[in-house]
Design a protein around this ligand. Structure first.
Ligand code: ZN
Ligand code: ZN
Length: 349
């Protein structure tokens, strides 16, 4: 086993403490990554606080990982020491089911292995990126292009792919009208990516507080959903709506904004069921859909796309001793637009 430093939470309430965890010894296809930056995702908080089911403590969250390969197993062919790489929400899957065969490992029928809080195929409890090193099988490692700084690349591994995948799948492109609900960690990436794909992009946010930001990120229009006029004015106008909000929203109101054959995709995941009036769907052959991260091949495609279009996440870099404070700010929506932990500060008091 390889002992490495990490920041773990020891209960639902926290706080984070510096500790050591064990990574497995390198198997033939494993890569040891020296983590440079780890993004803070809202899922880290949901998971660590037991909101998505019971978890085992200590827990080291983090599934937006950017770093450098520092050692490779004897049969690794894809990566060499010194390569700039990333790891997202998954570290393994069965590799054999029809979904894995299609490169959609996130929908593995055998159950893919989450980067933290899961039991892997070695029987070990997975621990995430708030840590100095991680060992991952090479098939679940992606290459970070030189054009993207490692700190701003980290959030692409979850926030980036979570929005890129549905935008690709439902055909965001020139001539298409795309709306993004919520301008947070996911939403700001959705705006940048949809804009880079050539779509006409509208932000639907509760207020106009972040309007200037939204337009700067690439949105063509910006509306406040607290204004009832917005729903009248935009009725029937979008081909695709990406809903990044994980709170309860009035789904029927948002469905009414879709054009014929339009799709509303949820990437946010509210804990409680949402009500849908089926008349909202059948009236204009609309769809209500969901999407979860993306496969490894598509994650690489997303990173290459971001490099080509010169986009990355808007970040605020913090030291490792400020994770608790950053989490409180995430919960208060007080971040523009993603916190990234500088892992070189892991030992800070
Ligand atoms: Zn995430
Ligand atoms: Zn599978």
């Amino acid at each position: 086993m390889i002992k490495v430093n990490a920041r773990a939470t020891f209960s639902q309430e926290g706080p984070f403490k510096l500790t050591t965890i064990e990574r497995r010894n390198l198997q033939p296809h494993d890569v040891l990554i020296e983590i440079k930056y780890a993004g803070i995702c809202h899922s880290d908080i949901h998971t660590a606080r037991g909101e998505w089911g019971p978890v085992k403590y200590p827990l080291v969250p983090g599934h937006e990982i950017a770093g450098i390969v520092s050692q490779v197993g004897s049969e690794v062919t894809k990566y060499s020491v010194g390569d700039r790489v990333g790891v997202g929400c998954l570290v393994d899957s069965c590799g054999e089911c029809s979904n894995c065969q299609k490169g959609e490992e996130q929908y593995c029928l055998g159950g893919s292995t989450a980067t933290y809080g899961a039991i892997d195929r070695y029987g070990q409890y997975t621990q995430g990126g708030y840590s100095t090193h991680i060992v991952v099988t090479e098939d679940f490692v992606v290459r970070i292009p030189d054009a993207i700084p490692l700190d701003a690349a980290a959030p692409l591994l979850c926030a980036g792919i979570t929005t890129y995948s549905p935008l690709r799948h439902w055909g965001a492109a020139p001539g298409k009208k795309v709306a993004v609900v919520g301008l947070g960690g996911l939403g700001h990436m959705a705006v940048k990516i949809a804009h880079a794909m050539g779509a006409e992009v509208t932000v639907l946010s509760q207020s106009l507080k972040k309007k200037e930001d939204g337009l700067q990120l690439g949105a063509d229009h910006y509306y406040a959903t607290s204004d009832p006029e917005t729903f009248k004015q935009l009725a029937g106008s979008f081909d695709l709506i990406i809903n990044t909000v994980s709170a309860q929203i009035n789904i029927d109101a948002y469905l009414s904004l879709l054009a014929l054959d339009g799709t509303l995709v949820n990437v946010g995941a509210p804990a409680d069921p949402l009500a849908v009036n089926v008349f909202s769907l059948i009236g204009h052959r609309r769809s209500f859909a969901g999407s979860m991260i993306g496969g490894i091949r598509e994650t690489q495609e997303m990173l290459d796309f971001c490099a080509e279009h010169n986009i990355a996440s808007e970040i605020e870099v913090i030291s490792a001793d400020r994770i608790d404070e950053a989490w409180e700010r995430v919960l208060a929506s007080d971040v523009r637009y993603r916190f990234v932990i500088d892992i070189s500060t892991m030992g800070n008091e």
